[in-house]
Design a protein. Structure first.
Length: 340
């Protein structure tokens, strides 16, 4: 091949690369324009998202997973119309939850060599009230019904609940006084009616009943337990076995959770169950796919949860009483909260 032909081939290849880059930028731009829809994502527009009351009814606020410049930003849709055009706004969150005008956003801070992570408490207009450095990768977040307490869990060792080689740290913050209970592993544990202490204890997945009482998962000795926690007394008491990532219903009567079912693959071990706190009777939902999420109650009868999707995660719903069939709630979405 002559020098001139080589040069021509080089210019042609460069033109292809430039065209491909421009096409990618244009697609990202299309995905970000208000009212436009990316070819592979739900309809979206830039706008104002709030955590306060809405005149047009309850809103579903979540982390938008649509590819483009607004990926990971918070998005809102009417709860009654979750597949309508979503409104997308800053900030970006890896995990999110909200109640009573308070939000908690666990976010990544991208550095030159590695990412670090922060917990940001948001007001109803998504403005930062306080920020805290995190010791690991964000995994769970919850706000108490009053908005006064927030909780988060991070992985400080490992990055998955599927195995046993991981370590978590769970924190509760009082937004009235900014008092931080940095590690719930300092709480006194009662296991099966007896005081218990072990080096392998892990606690994660707080769900609040009120500003003093909560539920969470305690893992030790290769087993997981549902625990009732008291923020004033700093105590944890086991109630039921084989419970992970509990979520308390709005009426306080039931807990949804992921349960390890014998015989399932180690890579997909969980099914979505509901526990009646009065009788301790378990009900399996009709969702037969593995659930690695802390489910959200849309109301006292319906659960929402994340499953893998084309953009990383989709939100699905299923009745909590073991009837019905799973249904897609919102594509390209994760970490939801209902704002009323």
């Amino acid at each position: 091949m002559t020098f001139g032909r080589r040069l021509l081939v080089l210019f042609a290849a460069a033109a292809v690369l430039v065209a491909a880059g421009a096409w990618t930028v244009l697609r990202a731009g299309d995905a970000s324009r208000g009212g436009d829809r990316a070819d592979d994502g739900p309809p979206a527009r830039a706008g104002v998202v709030t955590l306060g009351p809405h005149a047009d009814g309850a809103q579903l606020v979540f982390r938008s997973m649509t590819w483009g410049p607004r990926r990971d930003h918070l998005a809102a849709v009417p709860l009654a119309g979750p597949r309508t055009t979503r409104t997308v706004a800053v900030p970006a969150c890896l995990r999110f939850h909200a109640a009573a005008g308070t939000g908690i956003c666990l976010q990544a801070v991208h550095g030159l060599l590695e990412d670090t992570y922060r917990a940001v408490v948001l007001d109803a207009d998504l403005h930062e009230r306080r920020g805290y450095d995190l010791a690991g990768i964000p995994t769970r977040a919850r706000v108490s019904p009053s908005g006064h307490l927030v909780a988060w869990t991070v992985f400080v060792g490992g990055d998955s609940y599927a195995g046993t080689d991981f370590s978590t740290r769970t924190t509760i913050l009082d937004t009235r006084t900014w008092t931080l209970q940095d590690d719930l592993e300092t709480y006194a544990v009662t296991l099966d009616g007896k005081p218990y202490r072990a080096a392998d204890t892990n606690i994660w997945g707080v769900t609040f009943a009120d500003d003093e009482h909560f539920y969470a998962t305690l893992a030790t000795g290769g087993q997981t337990h549902l625990v009732a926690g008291d923020t004033g007394r700093h105590t944890l008491t086991t109630l039921h076995d084989n419970v992970e990532c509990p979520s308390l219903s709005p009426d306080g009567r039931h807990i949804a959770y992921k349960k390890r079912v014998p015989g399932l693959s180690d890579d997909a071990p969980w099914r979505l169950y509901v526990l009646d706190l009065a009788t301790m009777a378990e009900t399996a939902t009709t969702e037969e796919r593995t659930i690695d999420d802390q489910a959200l109650w849309l109301d006292d009868r319906t659960l929402a949860y994340a499953l893998p999707g084309d953009d990383g995660s989709d939100l699905w719903t299923v009745p909590a009483d073991g009837t019905g069939t799973p249904a897609l709630l919102a594509a390209a979405a994760l970490s939801p909260a209902v704002v009323r």
